[in-house]
Design a protein around this ligand. Structure first.
Ligand code: C5P
Ligand code: C5P
Ligand code: C5P
Length: 467
């Protein structure tokens, strides 16, 4: 591990251990929830009193949830990009510690911070940083690596083929050694490997689009039957992907790869690395990192982040039932949102495509829909979704997503949204590949044009446009 990171982790661990009590302020998504759970559990084990606040974004309205007391305020999975707000709110450097992976905002007050971007680590989420702090406090807390993997996977830090890399990879290894993570390399990169019958899992998979299989569970079933693999258990129930034998999984993956190649498609997105949790009940969404993260997102994005927190702390009874219910709801609304975007169509500008979903979908999930729609639209152009904020009618939420292809050509959504939102009196932030903003409703048109101009400028130095 990089020396600077190690030193800053030690400093953060010491600051936390010296605190009389701690308030964790975290984000409502899977990464924010798993981050909060890692730290709250690590601190409780040290006997440090801790309470937690979840916010959907660190913005002026959210600041009133932060207690004015003498606790150490631990800002996690947020804060780096909103340091001026902390300053305006009168928070001093000695009562704040930021653990984040978002791009930092320059600020007069030097808030102590552990931000993986400062050490060139771009593929690690806040849960990774939180875990490294927890492990610095107590090297035996490697049971928490599992939650860090959930956070990292939830924030899309794993990539096709290679999975988690760098320090995030070392965290996976901690979990493997502890015994609550099993890594499967070059596994099937489809959602639902622990919960869906194999033919349903494949039929629902449309990224990559597999000709003759995607969108048809019947065709998927026939395809599998032709391969002669064992699809049912001795009781006659359908097996899920996770339960198939190694040989059957290999057989299916290579047949799918052949199918893709036969149709002139690339196979890189077919394979991924999966992280299975052997300590969780089989055939539940808690059995692998990707489904676990979606469950946490479902809790957080629908205003129940603490239910997600209970799940992370190992509670299963009522909390689990509630989370399962929210997961079903979350998935159906996201399906509707994706369908709405594809049916309605986007408006194309020279350097971006956008759609306004009005008040049809909550602002907390439009970013997820943007990400899913991108691969089905013209994926060379960043996508923007604008949404009305039901509880703040004067404000519009903006979410943008792009991909590695565009990043390699100079696109930086974080920079674009910070600059364009500042120009209209709003605020934005995030990552190069995924960013968001809040803007005054009456500036939407001007804002979209401004982002388009900035994206054009960003693509210019490469001496090519994106046509
Ligand atoms: O806070 P924020 O970090 O929540 O954004 C998380 C979202 O950003 C994820 O849902 C993911 O879509 C996206 N993301 C990504 N690649 C990164 C960082 C974030 O796709 N390197
Ligand atoms: O197809 P190509 O290899 O040029 O794709 C490069 C990148 O573009 C992929 O790694 C992926 O991030 C993105 N892409 C996408 N949706 C597609 C195809 C590619 O998001 N359907
Ligand atoms: O909300 P959405 O999923 O689109 O957010 C994408 C990324 O942008 C997240 O990392 C989020 O924390 C960040 N963001 C931000 N400021 C905003 C809105 C989103 O930093 N006003």
């Amino acid at each position: 591990m990089e020396m600077g990171l190690k030193r800053d982790l030690r400093r953060a661990a010491d600051t936390i251990c010296e605190a009389d009590r701690v308030t964790i302020v975290s984000h409502i998504d899977a990464d924010g929830i798993s981050t909060e759970s890692i730290l709250a559990q690590a601190l409780s084990r040290e006997g440090i009193p801790v309470s937690s606040v979840f916010v959907r974004q660190l913005e002026p309205m959210a600041m009133r949830h932060i207690p004015k007391d003498d606790s150490l305020k631990l800002f996690t999975d947020l804060g780096a990009g909103q340091q001026n707000l902390l300053e305006e709110h009168g928070l001093s450097a000695d009562e704040v510690l930021i653990l984040d992976h978002h791009v930092s905002q320059p600020c007069g007050t030097a808030y102590p911070q552990v931000n993986c971007l400062d050490y060139g680590v771009t593929r690690m989420s806040a849960a990774g940083v939180a875990y490294l702090v927890a492990k610095t406090i107590d090297p035996t807390s490697t049971d928490l690596a599992k939650l860090a993997v959930v956070g990292n996977v939830g924030d899309m830090m794993a990539r096709e083929n290679c999975g988690l890399v760098g320090p995030a990879r070392e965290i996976v290894q901690d979990g493997v050694e502890y015994g609550n993570i099993i890594v499967r390399e070059r596994d099937l990169n489809c959602y639902g490997i622990s919960t869906r019958p194999v033919h349903v899992c494949l039929g629902y998979c449309d990224d990559p689009y597999i000709d003759g299989i995607s969108n048809s569970t019947n065709a998927a079933l026939q395809f599998l039957e032709r391969l002669g693999v064992e699809l049912k258990n001795p009781q006659g129930g359908w097996l899920v992907w996770e339960e198939l034998t190694f040989d059957d999984r290999r057989k299916i993956v290579s047949a799918l790869a052949q199918q893709l190649i036969a149709h002139g498609r690339e196979i890189d997105r077919l394979l991924g690395e999966t992280y299975i949790f052997p300590d969780e009940t089989e055939r539940t969404p808690l059995r692998n990192a990707s489904e676990y993260a979606t469950l946490l997102n479902a809790c957080g994005r629908w205003a129940k982040p603490k239910v997600g927190g209970s799940i992370c702390r190992g509670e299963r009874g009522d909390a689990y039932r509630e989370a399962e219910y929210m997961l079903a709801h979350h998935r159906s609304v996201i399906r509707d949102l994706l369908q709405y975007i594809l049916d309605t169509g986007v408006t194309e500008l020279s350097h971006l495509q956008y759609i306004h979903t009005g008040d049809r979908f909550p602002d907390t999930i439009v970013g997820i829909g943007a990400g899913m729609a991108l691969s089905k639209l013209d994926w060379r152009k960043p996508i923007m979704v604008l949404a009305a904020m039901v509880d703040e009618p004067e404000v519009t939420k903006v979410s943008m997503r792009t991909n590695q292809w565009a990043l390699a050509r100079g696109v930086d959504l974080q920079e674009a949204l910070v600059e364009a939102s500042a120009g209209v009196g709003g605020a934005g932030g995030g990552h190069r590949i995924a960013a968001g903003a809040f803007i005054p409703r009456n500036t939407e048109e001007e804002f979209v044009d401004s982002v388009n101009r900035i994206l054009k400028r960003q693509s210019a130095p490469a001496g090519q446009d994106d046509s």
